[in-house]
Design a protein around this ligand. Sequence first.
Ligand SMILES: *Cc1c(COP(=O)(O)O)cnc(C)c1O
Length: 381
Amino acid sequence: MGYDFKIHPYARFKLHSIMPYIPGEPIEIAAKKLGLDPKMFIKLASNENPLGPSPLAMEVIKKEIEKLNLYPDDSFYYLKKKLSKLYDVPEDWIIIGNGSVEIIKMLASAFLEPGEGCMFSEHSFIMYKIATLSAGGYFVSIPEKNYKHDIEKFIRELSKKERFDIKIIFIDNPSNPLGTYLTKDEVDYFIKEVEKLRGESIILVFDQAYQEYIDEKDYPDVLEYVKKMKNIVVLHTFSKIYGLAGLRVGYAIAHPYIINALLRIRLPFNVNRLAQLAALTAVDDKEHIEKSKKVNNEGKAYLYSEFEKLGIFYLKSLTNFIFVDLKDEKLTKKIHENLLKKGIIVRPLRAYNLNTALRISIGTMEQNQRLIGALKEILKK
Ligand SMILES: *Cc1c(COP(=O)(O)O)cnc(C)c1O
């Protein structure tokens, strides 16, 4: 797919092996290609909040538009204060990024010397790979076990001599695109074992993009470790439950040793005015958060039961999407293409080398029912 793009032969060697990030297609473009009305389209491809942005956030940024001639607050005075209170950490333990993807990139750039490496699961969020390669590093990808991060394999790999140049481990918890998670016990064990091998010299990044959706009692609170150790990073985003993907805001919490390293390579004014204000407001929009969670939980239960009736293999998910595996490449392609013709965009996972799988974001109940109706029609044919 992405390899089609020719690049200048003088571009850095490593860049030749990067497959550019391929996002879910925007509704306008997908509709236009098919000659259909964008209004009849639903997008269940990028794990966006189907209820829209926080209404309170939308309201406040209207007035902010008048200030767009002014640079944004590069110290993030209000947003850092807010997050500092929310997590009970000092403000200098926080960095704000242009989406959490920017922070992922900063981490790789700040910690990898050329030729050093990162480690993550084979089907983890694809940005870890892109960030690693673009920083001139190499990666070790660890196959999952029963669709979950295989922490034993991580530890075994990390204990090899030739892996002493691994600087960062990225764990998306829960995983994207699988939706599965490591429990508190597993994370406790993992952090302890890594510490035995490498002390605090290796950066452990826990990407918790979906945390606000999660009620499971055994889901770990990594923040406790962040507060105690100098090598743990937790990543968060405003793109998911807060519904602000279009504005691009994410943040990381870690020991100032790490934050200060990232600040040295951060571009000035990396998060715009509207984004900062919207994020600040969305944090307190409890009504929108609760409603989003409820719609997601109901949609998830509905989709589970319908997939079961249809005999479609799926993974239980802690997120706002569900991983389904149709176990047949032709069928997967047929479903993806025919859903598109019916105005429903889901995410094929070819970029992850999962040619028989789809990632389907949970929509509103109406959207979920339309999806299931369409699936039934396609499978009948
Ligand atoms: C969606 C997602 C993000 C969010 O990225 P942003 O740049 O903040 O929009 C980060 N990590 C994972 C695992 C995700 O699924």
